[in-house]
Design a protein around this ligand. Structure first.
Ligand SMILES: [Zn+2]
Ligand SMILES: [Zn+2]
Length: 300
């Protein structure tokens, strides 16, 4: 049996990015230059290109950008049960058909090429918990900004926590799914922040794989460290801090009087099946770690 160990190493630098955007290559309104300029202005260091059914080949792009582009794609279609999926795939991919009717074959091919697969906006899709279980995606979108805008179904939390029961390694992602059209103008509503030695494509990919990142709709995590079972956390000013486990399991620090915290220590219940950190600022915006513990051998 593999030993559980603390997932996080926050001794490097933090790089902000988004794992889900659309450009004029599919149904987005802005080209890669316009998107890069916009996101760089909000402090982003990297973006994954995840246009619908079109493989990204950023290495062949001669454009100069103020941030790093990484390859991805968003696949959609139905599996053999008839359930419909959108799946964000992070990584360089080749040889897929990209046709909706070839979804299952494409998904298998993408996985064989080592790409990370993320169940996109499951509440908006009307997915079931079994839909996750059949495919065991590497991650689940816990917040999707455009779906929140479209009909308030941006949250994927119940899917993620349900998935964590059987797969404590499944990662949670906040994402924009930005289209930047007149009808869907939202962006910089949900993102991830990875901790890396330097902000290179290789390091970012490795940090995402090992879960050495947090997801946010606002607050910042500055450092996370564990000594024994004491978790030391430094953050931007937050009103509530929670350790969240399975079902009713939870420990919280906070108040309803508006006092803010930036530095605290909490005792982590190491015997819970999984436990992640949630912080909440004075406006209700939240950020989340992945499961604080991993059993994977190859972490950063
Ligand atoms: Zn989608
Ligand atoms: Zn999308």
């Amino acid at each position: 049996m593999l030993e559980k160990r603390f997932r996080y190493d926050t001794s490097g630098i933090w790089c902000k990015g988004n794992t889900h955007i659309h450009s004029t290559v599919s149904d987005g309104a802005k080209n890669f230059k316009e998107i890069a300029d916009l996101y760089a202005s909000a402090g982003y260091d990297f973006l994954f290109r995840t246009d619908h059914r079109v493989v990204s080949e950023s290495a062949k792009d001669e454009g100069k950008y103020p941030l790093l582009y990484l390859d991805g794609i968003e696949l959609d279609g139905k599996d053999e049960t008839g359930a419909a999926f959108h799946v964000v795939c992070l990584g360089s991919i080749s040889g897929i058909s990209g046709k909706t009717e070839d979804f299952v074959d494409d998904l298998k091919l993408v996985r064989s090429q080592g790409a990370l697969t993320i169940m996109a906006h499951p509440h908006w899709m009307g997915n079931s918990f079994d839909d996750y279980k059949r495919w065991q995606f590497d991650g689940v979108e816990i917040y999707n900004h455009v779906c929140q805008w479209l009909n308030g179904k941006g949250s994927g939390f119940v899917y993620w926590t349900e998935a964590l029961k059987n797969n404590p390694e499944v990662l949670g992602f906040c994402a924009d799914d930005a289209h930047l059209t007149t009808n869907h103008p939202g962006w910089n509503g949900g993102w991830i922040v990875v901790n890396v030695k330097e902000c290179s494509a290789k390091n970012i990919t490795s940090a995402i794989r090992s879960g050495n990142f947090y997801s946010s709709c606002g607050p910042e995590i500055h450092s996370l460290s564990l000594a024994g079972d004491e978790l030391h956390i430094k953050t931007s000013p937050v009103q509530f801090v929670r350790l969240v486990g399975q079902d009713w399991q939870g420990i919280r620090v906070g108040n309803f009087e508006g006092r803010m915290m930036t530095d605290l220590t909490m005792t982590v219940p190491v015997d819970w099946p999984f436990v992640y950190l949630e912080i909440e600022d004075g406006t209700g915006r939240r950020a989340w770690t992945n499961n604080l513990f991993t059993s994977k051998r190859n972490i950063q």
